[in-house]
Write a protein that binds this ligand. Structure first.
Ligand SMILES: *[C@@H]1O[C@H](CO)[C@@H](O)[C@H](O)[C@H]1NC(C)=O
Ligand SMILES: *[C@@H]1O[C@H](CO)[C@@H](O)[C@H](O)[C@H]1NC(C)=O
Ligand SMILES: *[C@@H]1O[C@H](CO)[C@@H](O)[C@H](O)[C@H]1NC(C)=O
Ligand SMILES: *[C@@H]1O[C@H](CO)[C@@H](O)[C@H](O)[C@H]1NC(C)=O
Ligand SMILES: *[C@@H]1O[C@H](CO)[C@@H](O)[C@H](O)[C@H]1NC(C)=O
Length: 291
C-alpha cells in the first residue's frame, strides 16, 4: 500500500515532487539542527534511539543506518543487521517499532556525533531520507584521586615516595609541588591501556627526612586536575619527659643516690657504735621482723 503511494505520487504531478523535496530539505535542515548532547562516563553504555516508529511490514523495505561522524557503526538493510569492526561484540540493536542501538563499554574514542538515518524506498532502486536523528556523545574518563605511598629509604636521611593514579583520559601530566615551587621527580612513567585507552601515571620523589615537608602531587589532564597532599614531620626530640635521653640521665643519678645513702648509713653506724653492735642491732631487727 505504502509502496504504491510512493511510486504513483511523483508520476502524477511533478510540482508535488518539488514541494515534497522542499519539505524534505526543510525536514533535513530541521532535524540536523537539533543535536542532543549526551555525556557518559567511560565503560558505561549509550542508547542511540532513532525516535521514529517503523511498522513491522515496513521493516523489510526500509534501510536503517547508524553512523559516527561519517563512519558506519551498524546497518539494518532488509531486516539484515551488519556491524562494523570497531563496534563488533559491543553493540546490540533493536528494530521493533522505535529502532535503537546500544553501544557498550564506551571508550574515549567513542566521542563524536552519531546519527540514525532511516531511508524508505522511492522509485525502483532509489531511496529517500525519511528520518534523521543526531546525538553528540562526550565520554568522560576521570582519574582517581592519587595515592601517595612510601617506598623506603634509598640513602640515610633520604626517603622515597610514589604518587600514582589511573583510569583517566586524555594523556596526563604529573608534577610535584612544595610551597608553589615545582620539584624534580626521580622518575615519572605514563602507561596507556590500548584496549580501554585509559592512562595510568606514577612518579617517584626523594626528600630529606631531617626537614618538614608538605608536598602536593598534581595530575593535570585536559582541563581537569586531581591532586593529593603528603605531609612529613621530622622526628623531633619529643616533649614527653620519659623518653630515652632522660632515662640515660635518670639511671646514673639513681645509682649515685643509692650509693650515697648506703655510704651515709654505714658511716652513721660507725660513728654512733662500734661495728659489732651495729651488726648485732641489725640481726635483732631482722629476727624481730621474721616473728
Ligand atoms: C511509537 O509507538 C509507540 C507505541 O507503539 C508510542 O508509545 C510512541 O510514542 C511512538 N513514538 C513515536 C516517535 O512516534
Ligand atoms: C567477537 O567475539 C568473538 C567471540 O567471542 C571473537 O572470536 C571475535 O574475534 C570478536 N571480535 C572482535 C572484533 O572483537
Ligand atoms: C638533609 O638536610 C640537612 C639539613 O638541612 C643537611 O645537613 C643534610 O646534609 C641533608 N642530608 C642529605 C642526605 O642531603
Ligand atoms: C599543605 O599545603 C596545602 C596547600 O598546598 C595546604 O592546604 C595545607 O594546609 C598544608 N598543610 C600543612 C600541614 O601545612
Ligand atoms: C573543559 O573541557 C570540556 C571539553 O573537553 C568543556 O566542555 C568544558 O567546558 C571545559 N571546561 C572549562 C572550565 O574550560
Amino acid at each position: 500500500m505504502d509502496q504504491m503511494k510512493w511510486r504513483t505520487l511523483p508520476s502524477r504531478c511533478s510540482y508535488l515532487k518539488l514541494f515534497q523535496s522542499l519539505v524534505l530539505a526543510g525536514l533535513f535542515h530541521f532535524a540536523s539542527g537539533i543535536i542532543t548532547h549526551v555525556t557518559k562516563p567511560v565503560n558505561d553504555m549509550m542508547k542511540l534511539s532513532c525516535g521514529y516508529n517503523i511498522s513491522t511490514d515496513e521493516l523489510i523495505r526500509v534501510r536503517i543506518y547508524w553512523q559516527k561522524n561519517n563512519d558506519m557503526v551498524l546497518s539494518v538493510i532488509s531486516g539484515k543487521e551488519k556491524s562494523w569492526p570497531a563496534y563488533k561484540n559491543r553493540t546490540t540493536v533493536n528494530i521493533i517499532s522505535n529502532p535503537f542501538i546500544m553501544i557498550l563499554g564506551l571508550r574515549p574514542s567513542d566521542e563524536g556525533l552519531y546519527s540514525c538515518v532511516i531511508q524508505k524506498p522511492e522509485k525502483k532502486g532509489t531511496y529517500k531520507l525519511a528520518h534523521l536523528t543526531k546525538v553528540m556523545l562526550s565520554v568522560t574518563a576521570d582519574f582517581h584521586v592519587p595515592n601517595i605511598t612510601e617506598l623506603g629509604n634509598p640513602a640515610t636521611n633520604i626517603k622515597r615516595i610514589i604518587c600514582s593514579t589511573s583510569g583517566g583520559f586524555p594523556k596526563p601530566h604529573l608534577s610535584w609541588l612544595e610551597k608553589g615551587k615545582e620539584l624534580n621527580a626521580i622518575s615519572t612513567t605514563v602507561f596507556q591501556d590500548l584496549q580501554t585507552e585509559l592512562y595510568t601515571i606514577s612518579s617517584e620523589l626523594d626528600f630529606n627526612v631531617t626537614n618538614n615537608h608538605n608536598f602536593t602531587c598534581l595530575v593535570k589532564y585536559g582541563n581537569l586536575t586531581v591532586s593529593q597532599i603528603f605531609n612529613w614531620q621530622k622526628s623531633q626530640p619529643a616533649p614527653f619527659p620519659f623518653n630515652q635521653s632522660w632515662l640515660w640521665i635518670l639511671i646514673p643519678v639513681g645509682i649515685f643516690v643509692i650509693f650515697v645513702i648506703a655510704v651515709f648509713y654505714w658511716q652513721l653506724c660507725n660513728i654512733l657504735m662500734d661495728i659489732d653492735s651495729c651488726h648485732l642491732s641489725h640481726s635483732i631487727l631482722t629476727q624481730q621482723h621474721h616473728h
